[in-house]
Design a binder for this molecule. Sequence first.
Ligand code: GLN
Ligand code: ZN
Length: 753
Amino acid sequence: MSVTHVPGFPRIGAHRELKFALEAHWRGELDAAGLHAVGRDLRRAQWQAQRDAGLDRVTVGDFAWYDHVLQTLAWLGALPTRFENRDAGLAGLFACARGSAAQPAMELTKWFDTNYHYLVPELTPELDFPGSAAELLGWVGEAQALGHAVKPVLLGPVTLLYLAKVRRGAGRSLDWLPRLLPAYRRILAALAAAGVDWVQLDEPALVLDLDPEWHAACRDVYAALAGVGPRRLLATYFGGVAAQRELLAALPVDGLHLDLVRDPAQLDAFVADWPASRVLSAGVIDGRNVWRADLAALLERLAPLHARLGERLWLSASCSLLHVPVDLAAETRLAPALRDGLAFAVQKLGELRTLARGLDEGASAVAAELAAARAGRAGLATLADARSPAVARRVAALDAAAAERRAPYAERRALQQAALGLPPLPTTTIGSFPQTGALRAARAAFKRHALGHLDYLERMRAEIREVIARQEALGLDVLVHGEPERNDMVEYFGEQLRGVATTAAGWVQSYGSRCVKPPLIHGDVQRPEPITVGWSAYAQSLSARPVKGMLTGPVTLWKWSFCREDLDAATVMAQLALALRDEVADLERAGIRIVQIDEPAFREGLPLAAAARAAWLDAAVRAFRIAAAGAAPTTQIHTHMCYSEFGDILPAIAALDADVITIETARSDMELLDAFRAFDYPNGIGPGVYDIHSPRVPTVAAMRRLLERAAAAIPPERLWVNPDCGLKTRGWPEVEAALANLVAAARAVRQAL
Ligand code: GLN
Ligand code: ZN
C-alpha cells in the first residue's frame, strides 16, 4: 500500500474563520476560550479533510495562531527575551507578533520565495529553550482522540537558526545550537511517549546555497537527534537538494521528503542507492500552484519507483499546502473550463489518493480519474482567452528599442524638472490612503449590484476629492488619487485584464490574519480597455499639482498570481508589461505627468537557486522597462519596493532605469541606503521616513534626522521624501498628523540645503 500525507495544510479555514476569530479577539469581542474553540474546530476540519481523502496520516503542528515559526519558538520556550510576557499563551504570542505597549513587534519577513511572511526569531545572549511543546502535544492528543494516525511537523533546528537574527553582541546563530538541541530532544521524546511513530522535521534551508559550516551543523544536529523520539522524516522543499546528496545520505534520519515539482530531476540523485531502511517522500503534487496535476504522467513516473521502494515510497505534495486556497467548492462563478483545470488544497488531497490507488491497484482502477485530470488540463487551452495571435505577434515584435526610454536619465531629469517645477526634496506618498469600512462597503455593494454604477462612481469621486483636498492642505508636492477603488493592488488589475481570472474565495494567508486572493493567469494577457485612467484623470482635474498615476508592475502581477504552469514566465511578464505600457500611454494622453509602477514583489520573484537568477533578472528587468519605456522623456516614472533586501540585486534595480524609486527604510534607520550609495545608484530615491506599519506618529525631529542621514548618502537633488509604503491600513488622524510632520521635516531640511 502506498502511503500518502501532506507536509502541511492551510490553517486559515475555507471561509477565513481564523482571520475573523483573530481579529474579533484582538478587538476584545472574542475571549481566549472562544478563539481556542475556533482553532480546535479548524484543526478538526483540516484533519477530517485529510482523512476523508484517504490520507494515511494527518499532519499535526501545521496549525498556528499567527505564524508557524512563532509557534515553534513558543513551543521551544524561545520567544524573544525583550518581551515581558513569554509564557507562550495567546497573549504572549500576539504581543510578539503585533507589538506590546513596551516593545515593537518582531520583524516580519518573506518565507523563502513565497508571499507568506514569518516572524524572525531573535537570538539574544540570555535566550534559552526551556519549552516542551505542551501545546503541540495537546494537538496530537486531540487528533489521536479523533482516531487519526498522526504525523506531527516541526520546523527543524538548522532552518530555525538559519532564519534567526542575532541581536546585541556579535556571536553567530550556530552558537545557539548546544542550547537548542536539548529542547528538540525533549520534544521528540515526548512525542514518542505520546505514541507518535513519525515526525516531520522541516529543513527548507537545505535547498539554499549554504556555507559549509551550515552543512557541518546539519550533520551535528541530526547526529544529536538520532535515537530519540519517533522516526524522523526530513523535509526539504522550494528547491532541489541533489547537491547535498552526500550529506543527506549520511544523516541518521528515517526518511527524506523531496520537492519533485520544483526539481523533478533531483530524484535520480537519490533513488540509485536509496538505503533499504529509509522512506522517500515524493512531493509530486504542486503545493505552490493551483492547476490540476497530470496524474497519468505522474503515475507513469512513479510506477518504477513504487516497484522498487514499495511501502517506503510516500506520496505527497511538494510543500505545505499553506500556499494555495483551501477548496474549489466555493468557486461557482468561474468559467467551467477554468474551474475544471484547477485543484485547491482539498482537491490536491484527492489527487494524492488517486495516485496511491493507481499505484496499488493499477492505472485501470483509476482510469476515470486520470481521464478527468487530463481533460481538465486540456480544457484550459479551450478557454476563449487562452491564445491571442495578436498578443503573440506583439510580444514577438518586441525589440531592444521597446525596452529603452527615449532619452537617458540625465536628460530626462532636466526635462522633468522643467516640466514639473518641483522643489528640492519633493514630498509625496506611495499611493493608497486609509481604506475605511465605508469604502470597503461601497465596493462590496457595487460588486453585488446593490449600488448602481453612477452612485459608485460618485462615491469614489467624493473620496478622491477628499483625498486631494487633504493632500493640498498638507502641502504635499506630488499627489495621488488614493486608490479607493482597489480591493488589492494585484487583484484589481487581475479583474480587468483578459487572460486573467479572479476567484470568489481563493484566499491564501499572507501573514497573521491577512490573506490575499491571487488572480489566475490562464491565457495570453491583454488589456481590453484603460484600467486606471478615469480615476487618475479625475484626480488630476482637481489640482494644479502633479497627480501620480498608480500601476502595479508586471513582475509583481506575475509573482502574486497563480500562473498556468506551462506558460513561460518571461513571456507572461512581457505580456503584462505591454498591457501596462498601453496604460502608461493612456495616462499620459489624459494629462498625467508622473506614473508610479509598483514592484513590491520584485525581490521575492528572484529564484532561490543561484543558477536560475541571471535569466530571471533579465526577464524581470526587461518587463519593467517595456512597461515604462513608452513614456515621453518628460514623463517621470516612479517605482516602489518594500520589504526588500537590495544588496545583491542593485545592478538590476538600477537597470530598471526608473526616474525615482521609493523604498522602505524608516524601521532600519536608512541602513538600506548604504548599499545604494556604495553602488553609486544613479537615479532618484525616496527612502521612507515614516514607518507605516505602526500607528505611531513620527515627530518632525525624527523624520528630519532620517532625512539628514539620507541626504548624506544621496545627493539632495535626487532625494525624495515619502512614507515607507501605502497608507491604506492606517487611520486618517494618524496619517494627517504624520504627513504634516513629514512635510515640515522636508521643508526644514530643504532650507538647510
Ligand atoms: N501603491 C500601493 C499602495 O500604496 C503600493 C503597495 C505596496 O507596495 N505593497 O498601497
Ligand atoms: Zn510598499
